[in-house]
Design a protein around this ligand. Structure first.
Ligand SMILES: [Zn+2]
Ligand SMILES: [Zn+2]
Ligand SMILES: [Zn+2]
Length: 160
């Protein structure tokens, strides 16, 4: 199958795909043009094919610690953010990656705040999650992985 030729056709029914839609989380997709969202039944009438498009990487103002090239911010299919070296390229023909292999998962960032928790009067911390949301929470709060329960104070304030 010639992938380029069929890229704008629905693999399920062969109809043309719609224009690229950008979702709230910044992901891009194309729907089958025969599929219509029915507000009453809350289901797709017709073909329900959806094609997710890769999110284009953003070049960061940061240098790779391994080779000094600029870093890129990329997003995986599962909405996880990753920084990787811009010299790293995947060759689909040989199925190998070339260039520098540096990458780093973007994790939740926690910064101490000079504010006290209204519930327990311990210090608050500011948390930036990997998808860019920010919240203030109590520094005594934690997560017990053994019992899978939250520990400490449960004060949370989401920032807009
Ligand atoms: Zn279709
Ligand atoms: Zn590098
Ligand atoms: Zn607290």
């Amino acid at each position: 199958m010639d992938e380029k030729k069929d890229a704008n056709k629905c693999p399920k029914c062969g109809a043309a795909l719609s224009e690229v839609i950008t979702t709230k989380s910044g992901k891009k997709l194309q729907r089958c043009s025969t599929g219509i969202w029915n507000v009453e039944t809350r289901q797709t009438d017709g073909c329900d094919f959806v094609k997710w498009l890769p999110v284009e990487p953003v070049t960061l103002n940061e240098k790779c610690p391994k080779c000094g090239s600029p870093l890129l911010m990329t997003m995986t299919r599962f909405n996880k953010k990753m920084k990787k070296c811009s010299t790293n390229v995947w060759d689909p023909k040989t199925k190998t990656a070339s260039g520098c292999d540096f990458f780093e998962w973007v994790k939740t960032v926690t910064e101490p705040l000079d504010e006290t928790c209204p519930k327990c009067e311990n210090k608050l911390v500011k948390v930036t999650t990997s998808n860019g949301k920010q919240m203030k929470k109590c520094s005594t709060s934690g997560w017990d992985t053994a019992t899978r329960t939250a520990t400490g104070c449960d004060y949370v304030e989401w920032l807009k």
